[in-house]
Design a protein around this ligand. Sequence first.
Ligand SMILES: Cc1ncc(C[n+]2csc(CCOP(=O)(O)OP(=O)(O)O)c2C)c(N)n1
Length: 501
Amino acid sequence: MDMGLTAYEKRDIALRVPEWDARACVQCNRCSFVCPHAVIRPFLMTPHESAAAPSDLPHVPARGGAAQGYDYALQISVRDCTGCGSCIQSCPASALSLIPRKASKNTPEQWEYLLSLPEKTDLFDPFTVKGSQFRQPLLEFSAACAGCGETPYAKLLTQLFGPRVYWANATGCSQAWGAAMPGIPYTIKKNGRGPAWSNSLFENNAEFCLGMLLSDRYQREAEKLRVEALLRAVPEGSLALAARAWLEGFDDAEASEQTAAALIEELEHCSSPHAAAVLQHKDHLSKKCFWMYGGDGWAYDIGFGGLDHVLASGEDLNVLVVDTEEYSNTGGQSSKATPMGAVAKFCASGKKGHKKDLGGMFMAYGNIYIAQVCMGADPNQLMTALREASSYRGPSLIIAYCPCRSHGLHCGMEYVQEEMKRAVEAGYWPLYRFDPRKEEPFVLDSPEPSLEYFDFLRGETRYSSLEKTFPEEAASLFAQSRENALRRYARYAALSRHRQN
Ligand SMILES: Cc1ncc(C[n+]2csc(CCOP(=O)(O)OP(=O)(O)O)c2C)c(N)n1
């Protein structure tokens, strides 16, 4: 199956698309960070590349010391845009506005030209909002809803780890938009490298990911034996040097990417049968990272047993839970992630029990890295969590808040990132990190709640509808939910000595 086929769809469905005001732009890349469909992207150009660009391509001198001498362009693939407006509402400088599709000056030629340029990935730290967006997204133009809360997280993972990620995707929306066959939105870089993605059943996705990891481990160990045999046969010279460097960086993802490339180069000029044997399995030279991914229906409910088993194994794998607080893909049934008082299928008169504290449960193990994140509220905390999770040589669990159109945001899906912020400000969705490497592992990243809890609830139909249909239930459940949220915050604050000091 070919990767990246969605790039050929060009659905052209947006009536209004973003327009960039280059002079007002502060080049923070936040618009690209939040874009659910990877249609708005920043590019850096050398003076030579700017000179060769289509004459109507808008660009300005790049900001930021590292990019001095480069030009900056923000491009929109209008034919792939859904017109959700999330980028516009997330821009801190009002440098984007929605204009009629026909009035857009962005052309396919401009877009194609910018895509043809070499990536400038080394100028900024990739684990920052700005730096991450200069990396090619390897998830683009998916079939997700306009304003989807899940895809920006998944896209970000492909930007940070894409070429070396093995990705186990549970059934759910993430699989529905991730594999709307044959429209594959996962794509590859110019060198042919991209995420190795596969989907298994709802019930066994965690085990599926563990299987990927074990299979890769045995294949890499076998490759190591072949390289060691090669070294015994060819102990001197540049090939031997490259082989030793590869062995030294065997378990280091960044290093092994470079040492593997250098070794392959040497092997290609060597006639030894040992070299041919190593080359035959060259895909296993670079170290991979393992992510499993799915919704709350998978992680909190149906796949929970497997998730527990695999996280308890202590293996070096990572989990991203995109928590929409319901089974979004099958029409909004309640899950154990659905909070008290929310209306969902199977709880038309409001969920009676409290939301399961997935992170809290796994914290009890003590050796699992855990973070609860929310990109619209604190993107820097998200980047820190991803950096910490990926560097932790053990299991990591990231639980990400994802508003969904089925929540019925009164403000509309263009304010999806703002709604995330409100969830954190109200104390509805606390942000924290638990890092087993630290003497004080738990850090509460959320400030004290500053927004009235009920104001947040009343901004979404899944809650506000209860006040109309079952007002007494609503009053009681909302009050209990608020009480629970405040207690939870107090509990976390007490745990977080860091913040207290
Ligand atoms: C064992 C099993 N039960 C039911 C289904 C049908 N099913 C497919 S997706 C889905 C909902 C997924 O919800 P969630 O994990 O929260 O992901 P979301 O769609 O919200 O991203 C269900 C119930 C299934 N695939 N397997």
